[in-house]
Design a protein around this ligand. Sequence first.
Ligand code: MN
Length: 416
Amino acid sequence: MPLEKSWIESANSPETDFPLNNLPLGVFTADGVPRCGVAIGDRILDATGLEEAGLLRLDDAPVLDIPFWNEVMELGPEAWAALRARLHELLREGAPEKDKVAPFLHPLEGAELHMPLAVAEFTDFYAGRHHATNVGTMFRGAENALPPNWLHIPIGYNGRASSVVVSGTDIRRPWGQLKGPNDNAPRFAPSARFDLELELGAIVGQNSDGPVTVTEADEMIFGYVLLNDWSARDIQAWEYQPLGPFQAKATATTISPWIVMRAALEPFRCATPPRDVALLPHLEEPGPMLYDIALEVDLTPEGGSPTTIARTNYREMYYSSAQQLAHHTTSGCPMNVGDLLGSGTISGPTKESRGSLLELSWGGKEPITLGDQTRSFLEDGDTITLRGAAQGAGYRIGFGPCTGKLIPALSDPYAR
Ligand code: MN
């Protein structure tokens, strides 16, 4: 598919994350109030304002009067397609209603961005084979790196929706119980091995009641965000091996501010990698369900300049979000509008493509170099920025940056 041209000139640049082909959904502040918006080139289109003015009508009652996209998700896939079609009609080159739409455009640069959805529940998967193999090798040796179930089900755990935050939110280094000199002497201290995980988040846009197929699951997915699953490796190592899915992961999860709808990624579908063993039929993919999305991680020390510490691609995953969602429902677990599924860390096969510092520094044994500094894990003041984009011919479908700065731990959270 070629670039779709807009009357907003900046949207036609091959450099923008937000051409007319993308139309990602976010929430921003205009006139002091959070409103639903659509990123287009270097502008944000005030979708709430368009609905108020009668230029965008998705249902009998307003659905953009609360600053989240959940009510649009609830309307279902036909309304999602209608939203994209109407936005396209208003923003395409030669649009007859151009003059009516222009007053609803705001500058993207400097805009205050908020959570684009109310997250219902958060589930985090462990479905990248390179990541699981690296971590398993570190903790259990290369022979037993992957547990026997790993090639048959996407392993996951139920996380916390309460600590999902939007890009730009500072992350406070957590305290936790850490392993001491021996197993009988743990200590309570700030995490000294705080880490990032490069992931993609899938947003569930429809409810389910009972098991769904992989095809049905794919149709339930509203869109995707970049996701940083912040991880305290020392808390994780003590609380449970190998996943440590409780306090090690509870501090925060950062998502990028724009939901890239599934329809925008459609031209970039690709198949999951070859499988060593066949999946059981209920998890088999009916077609390509991953996406070719190039991903990068930048680390910027306090007052310093960014270094790209990892480059990889979402196509490296062993399980797609549709397979993860289908697996999630097999127990009869109902899924809800606004559920967020973390893909699992997206590492590639090479050292430069590892999506966490745990892997990049190999558990701290091989610190990485950043200019005149080194890192095994994050230092106070470090900023992590995830970036991702699918590359089309002359345009790209980008996510906008997913950023978070690590700020120092409290002096003692229990001091009175
Ligand atoms: Mn993770």
